[in-house]
Design a protein around this ligand. Structure first.
Ligand code: ATR
Length: 463
């Protein structure tokens, strides 16, 4: 966070107007970018309870370089602008004001924000069939994006059919006057979902269902979701919504709305400063957002017997976090033990399963203590995935301590040995080989020799 000392007479001001603004994440996005790029800019929230038009005119006269606008002022402020970008006009709302010589020009970066989030995921809407769930303001922006990006058919389903019909007829009117738009919006009541043609589709979830504990889905029928090739939920908190859980259950890739929030901010910043934000900086901001919203994962790595599962469970309980064990999760997913995977398919197959599992974890897991398999750090790709999933802590134990902890355990295929002496030699050798990999993966080391589980947990919390 920028400190007062760094603000000088030349510091430029960016900001957000809305009501309320108390929980906004935009300062985190924009101040992180300014800091990383070394820009003399500060971004602050302004709570404008009423008369946003006067507020915007005042902001211009105060020299404020750029503004975001949020609920409930996104439409009302349009009156105070000198110019409005055509796509923002089509949506009927602006969220970004860019300073020009004559006044502010209004843009809507929510919609291109979603476009950029999808693009980064390798998803194109061109010639696609889309299924849009919900017909509020957000859905209107999504349908506009889909039309402008060349989607073919957009099935717009809503509990209240009239709202879907209104969006469809208004946007189709504008589309008729817009060159190059070929797509159609087909409004339906949610109960008419069976009339959506069963073609591979991109699903976008725009209802508020999922925001609250116990929320269901607009359409419950599993069959309906099987035609999804990919799903995007505009909601980002909770991190995994009921809609996403449904798709994940069928192994259909999906994302929550956090990348849309990220990219609407990035595009606004690019408009204000004419800088383009590189992907690694976007990733860094996303990571900060995830930590801020969901809480950081803690990942325990270390050799067999270092206490990852026992310590992990105790730590999760102490901190009110979830607990997950990668070995146990892989065994459950494969329906057999790790010993069987090693014996029947070999070590490489098991390592592949670990990598695949880590990729999924990175996308879906927050506020969780993750205990990992002892050899997961051997692959460079796994080490990178771990670091991007949370804070990696190495639970370190000496060869002697490890031997005393694991000698009676028969569930570890890599430790099969004829005698205790052979086992001791094996542990020593493997520890020596793996030590550099643990060191490269972890940001913190906790020595566990001679310590009790509560002592180790306290050590981690202190770190
Ligand atoms: P936004 O501007 O964020 O899109 P909105 O205009 O309040 O928000 O729209 C909320 C969307 O969630 C609407 O599609 C709404 O359906 P209706 O138009 O029928 O109200 C949908 N929604 C909210 N609660 C719902 C519920 N319990 N069941 C089904 N749909 C719901």
């Amino acid at each position: 966070m920028r400190t007062q000392q760094k603000i000088t007479g030349t510091t430029g001001v960016l900001g957000l107007i809305g009501n309320p603004v108390r929980h906004t994440l935009s300062p985190l996005i924009h101040n992180t970018i300014s800091e990383e790029l070394g820009k003399d800019l500060v971004y602050v929230p302004f709570q404008a309870e009423e008369d946003p038009v006067t507020a915007v005119r005042g902001a211009y006269h105060l020299g404020i370089q750029g503004l975001n606008v949020t609920v409930p002022h996104k439409t009302a402020v349009m009156e105070a602008l000198k110019e409005i970008d055509p796509a923002a006009k089509m949506i009927g709302a602006v969220n970004t004001l860019v300073r020009t010589e004559q006044g502010y020009k209004g843009y809507n970066t929510d919609m291109p924000g979603l476009g950029r989030a999808l693009k980064r995921r390798g998803i194109s809407l061109r010639n696609q069939q889309l299924v849009v769930l919900g017909a509020g303001g957000a859905s209107r922006a999504v349908c506009t994006l889909a039309l402008l990006e060349g989607a073919k058919e957009i099935y717009l389903l809503n509990r209240t059919k009239e709202r879907a019909e209104k969006i469809a007829s208004e946007l189709m009117d504008t589309a008729a006057r817009t060159k190059g738009v070929v797509g159609r919006i087909l409004p339906l009541s949610a109960s008419e979902y069976e009339s959506v043609p069963r073609n591979p589709s991109i699903f976008v979830q725009c209802t508020s269902l999922g925001l609250h504990e116990g929320d269901g889905l607009l359409i419950e029928d599993d069959n309906f979701y099987h035609m999804a090739e990919y799903g995007f939920d505009l909601i980002y908190n909770p991190a995994v919504t009921p809609f996403m859980k449904k798709l994940q259950g069928f192994m259909i890739p999906c994302d929550n709305g956090l990348t849309m929030l990220l990219y609407q901010g990035i595009i606004a910043y690019e408009l204000w400063t004419k800088e383009s934000i590189p992907d690694p900086l976007a990733d860094l901001v996303l990571n900060r957002l995830e930590r801020q919203i969901y809480g950081e994962n803690i990942i325990l790595v270390g050799y067999m017997g270092s206490g990852k599962s026992t310590v992990g469970q105790a730590l999760a309980k102490e901190r009110g976090m979830r607990f997950l064990d990668t070995d146990a999760a892989i065994e459950e997913a494969e329906g057999c033990s790790i010993r069987e995977i090693f014996e029947e398919r070999g070590e490489k197959a098991f390592r592949d399963l670990e990598t695949e599992y880590l990729r999924r974890l990175k996308a879906t897991t927050v506020n969780t203590v993750i205990a990992t398999g002892g050899g997961i750090v051997l692959r460079n790709e796994n080490r990178e995935l771990l670091k991007r999933t949370g804070r990696v802590i190495w639970l370190k134990a000496s060869a002697e301590e490890t031997l005393s902890r694991v000698k009676s355990d028969t569930g570890r295929p890599l430790l099969d040995s004829a005698s205790e002496a052979e086992l001791a030699g094996k542990i020593e050798r493997m520890l020596r080989e793996r030590t550099p990999a643990y060191g490269a993966a972890a940001s913190d080391i906790i020595e566990t020799d001679g310590k009790t589980v509560p002592e180790i947990v306290r050590g981690i919390i202190k770190e």
